[in-house]
Design a protein around this ligand. Sequence first.
Ligand SMILES: [Zn+2]
Length: 389
Amino acid sequence: MFGRRFPLFRLFGFQIRADAGWIIIALFVAWSLAIGAFPALIPGLHAGVYWLMGVVGTLGLFGSILLHEVSHAAVARQYGLETRFITLWLFGGVAETVAEPANPSVELRVAIAGPVCSMVLAVLALVGGVGLDLVGAPMALSAIFVYLGWMNLVIAVFNLLPGFPLDGGRVLRAILWQVNGNLYAATRTASRVGQGLGLLLMAAGVFFGIAGNLLSGLWWILIGSFLRRAAASSMQQLDIQRVLEGVPVHRIMDRAPMVVAPATTLEHFVQDYAYARGRMRYPVAVADQLVGYVDVADVRQIPRDEWTGRTVQSVVHAADANALIDPDANGAEALRRMQAADTTSLLVANDGRLEGVVTLDDLVRILGVKSTLEGGTRLAALRASELRR
Ligand SMILES: [Zn+2]
């Protein structure tokens, strides 16, 4: 679903990132505004003015999307749900929270915050545009406001469609969750509606295409297929979580991981550990007391001619809470921690004593085995990359 993401800036303490494809979309929006929409709205201006309007309109549009997502994140924060990233991409933004909402009313408030923000922005921009017209401001300026007003209205209405994982789908899920008390069943229904809506949008796209409006037809098909896939993948995430919740980490971990002594030279580490075992991370311990861990990527930062003179001790990371997991914790918790720390392996330790290592591949394997044995082969062909988010 996502390509490469790069960090932009921080806003109200939230890290804002952009998907690489977003740059292309931003250019496309600016171009289509400068060439099509604005010249049609107010003819007779200089081409440079249209381009300036296109760029300002695009910045305003992405600013609006950003504020929509920040509203979700700010309300989530009020209920103790931290947002890791806000990512701008093809069709808008995504605010990724670390955990699921604790109850339906929190879910409802977080979901509704974005559309409410977009509605308020729509009213402000439309009133601003009309007001600027009345006081005789240049039409180029008021046209941008009117455009942003309509776009915010579109953002609010589209996001309120009742298919999960759109905001309206989250509202639907919250209501179903409140009524029957079952988050899993509520998500299943809401994401089925999401998949159905996706198909409906795609069918509408085909209809527009046949009716002669090829570009907007393609656009609807694209949005519909995105929604359908996003809904299916949200359901899959929940299935994964449900299976992993029943699997204690100590049952699937590697009980005899290769352990590195702090005095090992980097040369020795590379030749006899990294190249021998082919793992990216190794626990560092003295006897069975855990010191920390070393990542293969750390060694790369050290010039090669220093590998024989330096030891693992000089690059070791302390084993903080993000890198550790309790042997009795379940696989779903392990997956959450890997996603939060953006890693594929965790040290399994009990009271500072190393008991093993659990990796993303271990989780993928047990998902395959369990779903094959217990019905439903949907998780059997899962790839690790689908768990990384
Ligand atoms: Zn939203």
